[in-house]
Design a protein around this ligand. Structure first.
Ligand SMILES: C[S@@+](CC[C@H](N)C(=O)[O-])C[C@H]1O[C@@H](n2cnc3c(N)ncnc32)[C@H](O)[C@@H]1O
Length: 370
């Protein structure tokens, strides 16, 4: 029989509560950064440096918090400080100058603005979401759902589209580099927003012609961005509704952060639409925070799925194996998962060479990932 103290895991290395405490407090640095974006700290500084008093005055802050706030940003690595004391001058780091000054093309603050204005509060109700399975966003507070508000307000829609560009750019760039597009001639990006995926892939692969397919409200925004990206000769914005319309035919169908927005039936519907739009040998690519099959590693992907619970209730993120089960059912022949950047991967399903659109799942045999 074991003595009582043997039931405690005692190792040579002391077990500390550090990670527990760090995670418990993690909303502090998060909220400091989100508030700095909200208050326009980084755009106000731009390329200049300012003392705490000057910056606080321009931002209309009470003197009590200015040194604590700006110095916290210094310790977190989001501001540089030259000197010490009241005469010290604060300036942007290289990263905040490029990515958090809203006058810069690399601005990613739109996503942080949305995190701060919406999700920070809604995540407070994660427990309720877990108990009820119901969304905890605007819908719960009887306000118009985010997308309804978004599509009725062109300025907010444009801002959301910019935010999506900011978080998707490195994934799409990696997709253009890592996936072999040589045998394909046409690509249709479904839910293409500003056309960024199409523009980056078409720029890297000059033989490709691309369509960026999205709702009618988005088409003019996409056209403008595609022109700005200098890709109008090979990327075309088209409009349609994937809940009602078939997809344009193309050798490659891509969906970036689309499948995770929907419940299982709609996911399967989208996979089937992609299958039907592809020729024999075509490829369907989902760019998502694909969860590892054992659901042990991709914490961001799993938390994104919790976020889908909070936003939609029945929508969810998924593993490569989940993706393959839906694709196999639709008739695809084989699949692969290609890591892109950070927590994001491309799940790719291939349609068999020489197969007609029979709609028969049994026509396809699994050959597993490449
Ligand atoms: C989460 S955003 C993803 C944008 C982009 N693919 C990316 O990864 O950055 C979802 C996109 O799907 C589009 N969308 C939503 N419902 C749609 C529908 N029924 N038909 C076509 N596009 C739709 C939205 O307008 C939006 O651009």
């Amino acid at each position: 029989m074991r003595s009582p103290h043997e039931s405690f895991p005692v190792s040579a290395e002391a077990v500390t509560p550090q990670k527990i405490l760090e995670t418990g407090f993690a909303f502090w640095p998060s909220k400091v950064l989100l508030t700095a974006v909200e208050l326009d700290v980084f755009t106000t500084l731009g390329p200049r440096s300012m003392t705490a008093a000057e910056l606080g005055r321009v931002l209309d802050l009470h003197p009590r918090g200015i040194f604590d706030f700006f110095d916290t940003l210094v310790t977190l690595g989001f501001l540089e400080r030259d000197g010490d004391g009241p005469l010290a001058r604060y300036r942007n780091t290289l990263a905040t100058a490029q990515h958090l000054d809203r006058t810069q093309p690399g601005y990613v603050g739109g996503m942080l603005e949305m995190l701060n204005a919406r999700l920070f509060g809604f995540w407070n109700d994660l427990g309720a979401a877990l108990k009820t399975g119901q969304p905890q966003n605007e819908v719960k507070h009887h306000r118009a759902p985010m997308f309804e508000t978004l599509y009725s307000d062109p300025a907010r829609l444009e801002q959301f589209m910019c935010a999506m560009r900011g978080i998707s750019a490195s994934n799409f760039q990696a997709l253009a580099e890592k996936v072999d597009f040589r045998k394909y001639h046409t690509l249709c990006d479904v839910g293409g927003a500003t056309g960024l995926l199409s523009s980056l892939v078409a720029r890297r692969h000059p033989h490709l012609k691309c369509l960026s397919f999205d709702l009618p409200e988005v088409e003019p925004i996409a056209r403008r961005w595609i022109e700005k990206d200098g890709m109008s000769d090979r990327v075309t914005a088209v409009s349609g509704n994937f809940l009602k319309d078939p997809l344009p035919r193309a050798d490659v169908i891509t969906m970036g952060m689309i499948l995770h927005d929907w419940n299982l039936d709609r996911k399967k519907h989208l996979v089937r639409l992609a299958y039907d739009a592809l020729p024999p040998g075509g490829a369907f690519i989902a760019v998502e925070n694909i969860i590892d099959d054992a659901r042990r590693e991709n914490a961001f992907g799993l938390m994104m799925s919790l976020n889908m619970l909070i936003e939609f209730g029945d929508a969810f993120d998924f593993t490569g194996a989940d993706f393959w089960s839906w694709c196999r059912e639709a008739g695809f022949e084989r699949y692969a998962v290609v890591h892109l950047a950070g927590p994001c991967s491309a799940a790719i399903a291939y349609k068999r060479e020489g197969i007609e659109n029979s709609g028969s799942a049994s026509a396809a045999e699994s050959s597993g990932p490449l």
